[in-house]
Design a protein around this ligand. Structure first.
Ligand code: GTP
Ligand code: SPV
Ligand code: MN
Length: 606
């Protein structure tokens, strides 16, 4: 058992150890030595490979079970007392019933394994916006990943010992290890036996059966979004699926911080680390996935990144698309489901050079003839393969990224993958109009979750899989946060962007580093500069306002007109889809949003 200075923590661990019956219990200290020891144990037991020390020091390679490659939304539950409080977009089960089922799963689930106890902080240690948690897990992969993704170990434990406050996070891969048997390469439970469960009223997380990312690194989606969104509703702040970046106009050294919510695998990591292709601008990274925002005493909304690492999509990360992400993975990184090259390095589609013959693909097969592989049907790296890399290794990390007070937010962006209808950028008239924009975000589905139907789905605020309570009440919370602003002029300006509009199957906008051209326009709009044109959905830039100088991909005045176009017929069809989407929320839909939709319909003559 463990013997910390906090009796509540000791008793909680003992209770779970009695149920799960691990061979031993280990309190993690978060040291570099512990990381290397645990990862080397995984290597010795056949669960991981150590990468070439010369090329990628202190880095490890894992292949998951083919059933365990992404989040599992149909196995994710919000267990509030009342079904209505989970709302129409979440799976719900009665908390008592769920606990009953899960305790039977947890009974003896760690036999033959070690129970690791991971104290961690989301956000800078001791910061006013930060929160503490403790995860118990039987996965060394989870311990290693939590070391990268959170402030973990002794430093967090000391704070927990002082206050006794922590969010309890329970995890097991759900596969006891009978004595004498060799462990699986990636132990986990079958797909229908995976449980990702949040108890929002109790601020507690129980998960079972998956070892993957958002299912198992409980500080991330389970805590920092599902539970934190509920805490934020109770306490008047915001917990969002957003990157945070700093934009600097180098001539004047003026800076602005921007938060952006895009659905999973829709470009947050890329935008957060972007290298501008236009002179005079610099981008620094604060976070790439999650933003917690609170008003300071002057009424300024400030954001922190609660994480300490990046759990990024590997495919198509290259020197050209995202050099800063690639450089962040240079050492001390865990890779999952990418390709393993014969010289002990990693490879993925779109890394920028050909796949070496003899590379092992994510399923463990040798790639004998790389040129003959279909990169879409049978990729070497799974489409949701990921790296977990320490944020401090990012060359573009903002010196302010660990400021416990957070950074002041000037603009909020919403977006998704929309092949049609939605222009490159449009601007909200005011906060509530921005909330309307967030509430109607839609996107083509990606590989970040298992088992979703292809096509565009509504993903309001990019929070569809991550809101810990009724999404209608969440919309209302956003309206309330705007109304609570002491000084409305200090509220961030809200924009909607779409890097993914197509014409004849081809992207109309080059994206990636060229998104700096849109960021520059946003910067000026925050200062009230720049020329706009009013459309039915909001302000779009007037012709020539987005700098396209030097673009050689075919972008010209004509393509800009297409990518910025707001076509009333498209929007009439969109309104019908929004109606359908809104109908789900019944009386939980804020009247302010209904009014916005009605006003859009009126403008469209509907
Ligand atoms: P999560 O970690 O799942 O939350 O994803 P994310 O939002 O951080 O997405 P990420 O930046 O990892 O991008 C996902 C995919 O979108 C990658 O394959 C990128 O290459 C692609 N992508 C990112 N930005 C752009 C862009 O501006 N244009 C285009 N066409 N593709 C992009
Ligand atoms: C996402 O799916 O939005 C991710 C990856 O950031 S995961 O941590 O698996 O949720
Ligand atoms: Mn994400």
């Amino acid at each position: 058992m463990i013997n910390t200075k906090n009796a509540k923590l000791n008793a909680w661990v003992k209770m779970w150890a009695d149920i799960m019956q691990p061979e031993k219990v280990v309190l993690c200290d978060g040291s570099d030595a512990e990381f290397t020891r645990l990862m080397d144990e995984c290597v010795a037991n056949g669960l991981a490979k150590k990468l070439n020390e010369k090329k990628r020091p202190n880095s490890y390679y894992f292949q998951s079970d083919p059933s365990d490659v992404a989040r599992v939304e149909n196995r994710t539950f919000i267990c509030s007392k009342k079904k209505e409080d989970a709302g129409p977009t979440n799976n719900w089960m009665d908390p008592v019933e769920m606990k009953h089922i899960m305790i039977s799963k947890y009974n003896g689930c760690m036999k033959g394994r070690t129970m690791y106890v991971i104290p961690f902080s989301m956000g800078p240690l001791g910061g006013a916006i930060s929160q503490l948690g403790v995860e118990i897990t039987d996965s060394a992969y989870v311990v290693g990943s939590m070391k990268i993704m959170t402030r973990m170990g002794k430093c967090a434990l000391e704070l927990i010992e002082k206050t006794g406050n922590f969010i309890p996070c329970v995890h097991s891969v759900g596969k006891p290890l009978p004595a004498g048997l060799k462990d699986a390469k990636w132990p986990c439970a079958p797909i229908d036996d995976k449980y990702i469960v949040q108890f929002p009223e109790e601020h507690e997380i129980w998960t079972f059966g998956s070892g993957y990312g958002g299912n198992a690194l409980l500080g991330k989606k389970c805590f920092a979004l599902r539970i934190a969104s509920k805490m934020a509703q109770e306490e008047g702040w915001l917990a969002e699926h957003m990157l945070i970046l700093k934009l600097t106009k180098t001539a004047t050294k003026e800076t602005k911080y921007v938060c952006a919510a895009f659905p999973s695998a829709c470009g947050k990591t890329n935008l957060a680390m972007l290298i501008p292709t236009i002179p005079g601008w610099e981008v620094k990274t604060v976070g790439d996935d999650i933003s917690w925002m609170k008003y300071d005493k002057n009424g300024q909304l400030r954001a922190i990144n609660p994480e300490a690492g990046f759990f990024g999509v590997a495919p198509y990360t290259s020197e050209k698309t995202n050099k800063n992400a690639l450089d962040s993975c240079c050492a001390n990184t865990i890779f999952t489901n990418v390709g393993l090259t014969p010289d002990g390095d990693v490879w993925w589609e779109g890394i920028g050079y050909d796949c070496p013959v003899g590379t092992i693909d994510w399923k463990g097969n040798v790639v004998a003839d790389p040129a003959s592989r279909d990169k879409d049907e049978n990729p070497v790296a799974h489409k949701n393969s990921r790296f977990a890399a320490p944020a401090e290794q990012c060359p573009a990390i903002d010196p302010e990224w660990e400021n416990p007070e957070g950074v002041p937010v000037s603009a909020i962006l919403f977006g998704g993958r929309r092949p049609s209808t939605v222009p490159l950028i449009h601007e909200a008239d005011d906060w509530n109009h921005g909330v309307f924009m967030g509430s109607i975000v839609g996107s083509e589905v990606t590989a970040a979750a298992i088992g979703l139907k292809a096509g565009v789905r509504r993903d309001p605020f990019a929070m569809l899989p991550f809101c810990g309570y009724n999404m209608g009440d969440y919309f209302q919370h956003w309206i309330n946060v705007g109304a609570a602003a002491k000084d409305k002029t200090k509220l961030p300006k809200i924009f909607f962007v779409n890097w993914f509009r197509k014409d004849n199957g081809k992207f109309l906008w080059p994206g990636y580093g060229d998104n700096s051209r849109v960021l520059a326009y946003i910067f000026d709009r925050c200062d009230g500069k720049g020329e706009t044109v009013d459309t039915v959905i909001g302000k779009v830039p007037a012709a020539g306002q987005i700098n396209i100088a030097g673009l050689t991909d075919g972008t010209n005045e004509e393509s800009m007109e297409k990518v910025l176009a707001v076509n009333p017929e498209d929007w009439k069809a969109e309104v019908a889809l929004i109606e359908e989407h809104y109908a789900k929320f019944g009386k939980h839909l804020p009247k302010e949003l209904r009014e916005r939709l009605d006003s859009l319909k009126k403008k469209l003559g509907m």
